[in-house]
Design a protein around this ligand. Structure first.
Ligand code: PMP
Length: 396
């Protein structure tokens, strides 16, 4: 019966993690997957999240409604838009609880395919691999827009804006508001203003994907693009994940938010998103969203959590600095400044596939083939070793 099935080649990131897990070398270092580890190399649970979890009584739960946990959805919208944003006061923003950021993207993709069947989607070149997978999986044609410039280790901004001008009205543009995955290279506020104005004037549909809020500058500044788009009166979507910043990876906690022209249309969008949920998995799980709701809605826990995320952010920045310094010391003729300027969990090292393979084969240091390095996998015990390994493959 299943003879005609093709074998699944495996997901490039998840397969690499499996290879890493099987690697018997004790000094191995996993810098491939986007997970935050602390300086001891452990997956930490923020104390605020732990406290919220211990408050949670264990009891039978009925199904949540299709749109999910009300207190979580409302609080998560405030994290995105700020507490007082006009679109919240005017009931023009709606949110559906989703299975992490991926679930939000899937729900958005299905919604967009249904209601904008002619629209193509454009993702940054490069982007998180699964963006293409999720959009194509919903039947949307996917192209790329110019983004990363390996020569300047910045954004090909002129090409990006020129390209956006060529798109058709209704085309979808997937944007990373902060901590671009995989490059760590973000737009400045001025660049966001320009991009959003083109999106508005050409009537493009912005689908923003924010999976690292708090890891760039802070929760407010990382949401600059989201709030600016709302200020400008744009209608757009945001997928938001709490996997990383609450360390709730396996609980699958996220939202899909939509900012709409008025409350009546917002209600209609919410209705169609609920319909979308019903057709895929009917209703989301309770446990993780309830923990997140407690953290976000209790002001002392909220503050504590934010500070814990900032401590993670600062540790990553320290790792960036130490890697930069260690590499610069070994190879003073090389420019490693991009390790300092890139933001969020990831850095684009500029290492080629051959060099990445050598890191894996000779040093048991695992990066993605693209040269993406997860800074949050570095710690005070492995950083010198990783620097030595990178310097070696760069030299030969
Ligand atoms: N978007 C981006 C840019 C991501 O990096 C990730 C996680 N790696 C996701 C979405 C998916 O988030 P989640 O793990 O919550 O599904």
């Amino acid at each position: 019966m299943f003879q005609h099935l093709q074998a699944y080649a495996g997901d490039p990131i998840l397969s690499l993690v499996e290879t890493f897990n099987r690697d018997p070398r004790e000094h191995k270092v996993n810098l491939s997957i986007g997970i935050y580890f602390d300086d001891a190399g452990c997956l930490p649970l923020p104390e605020a999240v732990r406290a919220a979890q211990t408050q949670q009584p264990v009891q039978a739960q009925p199904y949540l409604p299709m749109e999910g946990h009300a207190a979580f959805r409302a609080a998560a919208l405030r994290v995105l838009l700020g507490n007082e944003h006009l679109v919240l006061q005017q009931n023009r923003a709606v949110a559906v609880q989703t299975l992490g950021g991926s679930g939000a993207l899937k729900l958005a993709a299905d919604f967009l395919k249904r209601w904008y069947p002619q629209s193509r989607a454009f993702v940054s070149d490069p982007t998180w691999d699964n963006h293409r997978g999720i959009l194509e999986g919903a039947g949307i044609e996917v192209g790329t827009y110019p983004y990363y410039d390996p020569d300047t280790i910045g954004v090909r901004f002129a090409e990006l804006t020129q390209f956006l001008h060529t798109l058709d009205s209704g085309d979808i543009v997937l944007l990373h508001p902060c901590c671009h995955n995989p490059t760590g290279v973000d737009l400045s506020p001025e660049q966001w203003d320009e991009v959003l104005h083109i999106i508005q004037s050409r009537r493009l549909i912005a689908l923003m994907d924010i999976a690292y809020q708090g890891f760039g500058d802070d929760f407010d500044r990382d949401a600059y693009a989201v709030r600016k788009a709302a200020d400008m009166g744009l209608s757009f979507f945001v997928s938001s994940s709490y996997s990383k910043n609450m360390s709730l990876y396996s609980e699958r906690v996220g939202i899909l938010a939509a900012v709409c022209p008025n409350a009546e249309q917002a209600e209609r969008v919410l209705g169609q998103l609920k319909f979308g949920v019903r057709r895929i998995y009917s209703s989301p799980p309770f446990h993780g969203a309830d923990i997140a709701a407690r953290v976000l809605n209790e002001s002392s826990l909220h503050r504590q959590w934010q500070n814990e995320v900032y401590a993670m952010r600062d540790r990553i920045k320290r790792m960036r600095r130490q890697l930069h310094d260690a590499l610069s010391q070994r190879l003073p003729q090389h420019d490693f400044r991009h390790y300092l300027t890139q933001r969020g969990m990831f850095g684009y090292t500029g290492l080629n596939e051959h060099q990445v393979q050598r890191l894996q084969d000779e040093f048991a240091v695992y990066l993605l083939k693209s040269g993406r390095l997860c800074m949050a996998g570095l710690n005070s015990r492995n950083i010198e070793y990783v620097a030595r390994a990178i310097a070696t493959v760069l030299q030969e």
